[in-house]
Design a binder for this molecule. Structure first.
Ligand code: SF4
Length: 663
């Protein structure tokens, strides 16, 4: 049924969108009217009219027809404005919205004893007994007129001066606003209430309107009320929702009012579950699934997740539950920005190093490399921008900056590869796509499959060995710390390397893991005076591009890793153990730790434990967390992380694994 409704709606809409491309205002309006016909809006209005009339709701029935006529009138006006001009859908939408937002719809009061609600300009005040003027904010009521619509204040004035009165002049509008304020305040025969708000939900602050100041000046003995007088429990409990909020806010209070509210909500059929959730939160009771079978219903009986989700779970289970279980996310402006630096860099690296073999790019001159980069960049820009946007000075400035960075980065990477036996063999390799995903099976039989994408895979073939190192381009700062893995952090690249080691044989031959490296993809500015040579500048910039991470402590790998390009402890220019080097045995322990961490994550999640227990220390899980307002984190027990030396980490791993995984 739902699918049928969706189809009936979406298909005509999609066709409408196609039909109105490259059309005039008149043609678009005709097609819009036809669309309304096709969606049977005209029939629906007519049926609604008949039904309301049959039910004796004559005024309501007439209202439907009036609204329909207003819409048709607006379409006519849009044709009058846009007529036979070709117009984009966006512009047409703007015009139509402008016309519709200018419509003012008011209802004529139908009874003698009634309350009329409306804006000051629309309600007809005629000897009312009492008037409530609400929202008397400085600049809002009376409003400070601003030119809205098609013409600016200056244009309106010029048009009026030339006998083309398209609208009122702002000065006249200001007089009108003052008149309306005066008329509203003097309308009641018995009582006048005037109020304003000092703040709103956006946190904005407001001042009382001039009308309040004038009333106080005219009636110095007038009765003034302050907001504190209306903040009692009784004032907040006039309806069930604010009453529940009041109850939740003061949950730990022992006042008579709070006890009465608790009794009411704990017995109320609709609110009792919410009430017990608040009660649990107030006791700082960890969040757990009462019924564990619901975990499977929410997350699936097996998990197929990105490698980064393991880190998210390690940072805070409750935040993971909200994000990936409940899909509660912050509203974000949907935005695709192809000029975003990271997107650009990943694209150019992928295209360049997929197109040229090491032998080919090693024999290209600097000029040829730069030209090739420019050609890839131009293709990208034409594909994603085209049109006139790319000719704007702002765009060209950003684009040329990126171009300079790209030239430097690609040359730098090529130099590193020329000084090494490693060569790129894959770009944007899909784990659980190009090679099998990394899978952990829990003792309960549930499977956790991890997937992801590796920016670049380099191979070094030495005899029987196929050494694989993987590279991640980072536009922000990134420093690899082995001790992070003790807390379930920084696992992504290690998981990828492990996945390649386990499942990459078909693609690369039997794999020996050679390491992970983070490559800075931003050329940092350097400070220099005019005595510094070009070589010195290049040297300083290259220093900022040194990769960091962890490499296999093997002669083959070390001989092919140049300390000029990789940040490690060095002796006489070569890498030494004690920095971020790990033996095969140590890598084996690290991989085993990954198995244990992923298995623990699965077991914890499927046991229903999603408590808010944030990790603090080097990284504060709560710092930018959007769920802080619902997790009661100030009551959570946090876990601390510490930075340890690599040999200390290996010792801990060894002990842990000797104890069968007990931490
Ligand atoms: S604020 Fe902290 S404790 Fe609360 S959900 Fe976020 S990370 Fe977890």
């Amino acid at each position: 049924m739902a699918e049928k409704v969706r189809k009936n709606l979406v298909e005509p809409l999609v066709k409408f969108r196609e039909d109105i491309k490259d059309k005039t205002g008149r043609e678009i309006t005709e097609k819009l009217y036809n669309l309304l016909e096709q969606l049977e809006v005209t029939n629906a209005v007519s049926q609604m009219f008949d039904k309301l009339k049959a039910d004796g709701e004559i005024a309501q029935a007439k209202e439907q027809i009036r609204l329909w006529n207003l819409l048709i009138g607006t379409l006519d006006q849009t044709v009058a404005v846009a007529g036979d001009l070709k117009i984009s859908l966006k512009r047409y939408f703007e015009l139509l919205s402008l016309r519709l937002s200018a419509l003012q719809i008011a209802d004529i009061p139908r009874t003698v004893d009634s309350v009329s609600v409306g804006t000051a300009t629309r309600v007809r005040l005629n000897n009312e007994k009492a008037v409530f003027l609400i929202g008397c904010i400085d600049g809002v009521f009376p409003a400070v007129p601003s030119a809205s619509g098609l013409f600016s204040a200056y244009e309106l004035k010029t048009l009026i001066a030339n006998n083309l009165p398209f609208g009122d002049e702002p000065a006249e509008l200001a007089d009108f606003e003052n008149y309306m304020a005066y008329k509203s305040a003097t309308a009641p025969s018995q009582k006048l209430f005037v109020s304003f708000y000092k703040t709103d939900l956006t946190g904005g602050t407001y001042m009382q309107s001039s009308i309040i100041n004038e009333i106080i000046a005219v009636f110095p003995n007038i009765l003034l009320h302050r907001e504190e007088e209306y903040c009692s429990v009784a004032d907040s409990t006039w309806a069930i929702l604010p009453a529940f909020e009041e109850c939740a806010r003061n949950f730990n209070s022992d006042s008579n009012e709070e006890r009465a509210l608790k009794k009411y909500f704990s017995e109320n059929e609709i609110f009792k579950d919410k009430y017990s959730a608040v009660a649990n939160a107030s006791k700082a009771k960890p969040f757990v699934f009462d019924d564990k079978s619901n975990v499977g219903l929410l997350f699936g009986n097996d998990l197929n997740i990105s490698a980064s989700q393991v880190e998210k779970f390690s940072l805070c289970r409750f935040s993971y539950f909200c994000n990936y279980g409940m899909n509660v996310r912050e509203r974000r402006k949907a935005e695709i920005n192809p000029l975003e630096y990271g997107t650009f860099i990943h694209y150019i690296m992928e295209v360049f190093f997929s197109k040229y073999s090491k032998n080919e790019f090693s024999n290209m001159s600097e000029d040829e490399i730069n030209k090739e980069c420019d050609s890839i960049l131009d293709d990208y820009v034409n594909k994603h921008f085209g049109g006139s946007q790319k000719n704007t000075p702002r765009f060209m400035y950003r684009f040329n900056k990126i171009r300079e960075n790209v030239h430097f980065l690609v040359l730098h990477i090529i130099e590193e590869l020329k000084n090494s036996g490693f060569e790129p063999v894959d770009c944007e390799l899909k784990i659980d796509g190009d090679i099998p995903g990394y899978e952990v099976v829990l003792p309960t039989g549930q499977k956790i499959l991890l997937r992801g994408s590796v920016d670049r895979v380099d191979i070094l073939k030495k005899g029987e060995e196929n050494y694989i190192r993987i590279i991640d381009y980072k536009t922000g700062p990134k420093e690899f710390k082995l001790s992070d893995i003790l807390y379930g952090l920084n696992l992504q690249m290690l998981i990828y390397l492990y996945a390649i080691t386990l499942g990459g044989e078909e693609r690369y031959g039997k794999v020996t893991p050679a390491g992970i490296l983070y490559m800075p993809a931003t050329v940092k500015p350097i400070s220099a005076d005019n005595t510094i040579s070009d070589e010195q500048i290049n040297e300083q910039v290259s220093k900022g591009l040194k990769m960091n991470g962890m490499l296999l402590n093997s002669l083959d790998v070390i001989d092919n890793s140049d300390a000029a390009y990789i940040s490690f402890n060095t002796k006489n220019g070569t890498l030494t153990a004690g920095g971020s080097l790990a033996s095969l045995e140590e890598l084996g322990m690290i991989f085993k730790k990954l198995d244990m961490t992923v298995a623990k994550m699965g077991a914890t999640l499927y046991s229903g434990n999603v408590e808010a227990s944030p990790l603090k220390g080097g990284k504060d899980s709560c710092e930018y967390c959007p769920y802080d307002s619902i997790c009661a984190y100030h009551m959570s027990d946090c876990r601390n992380s510490f930075s340890l030396k690599n040999d200390e980490v290996c010792r801990i791993l060894e002990e842990e694994q000797e104890n069968g995984g007990e931490e």
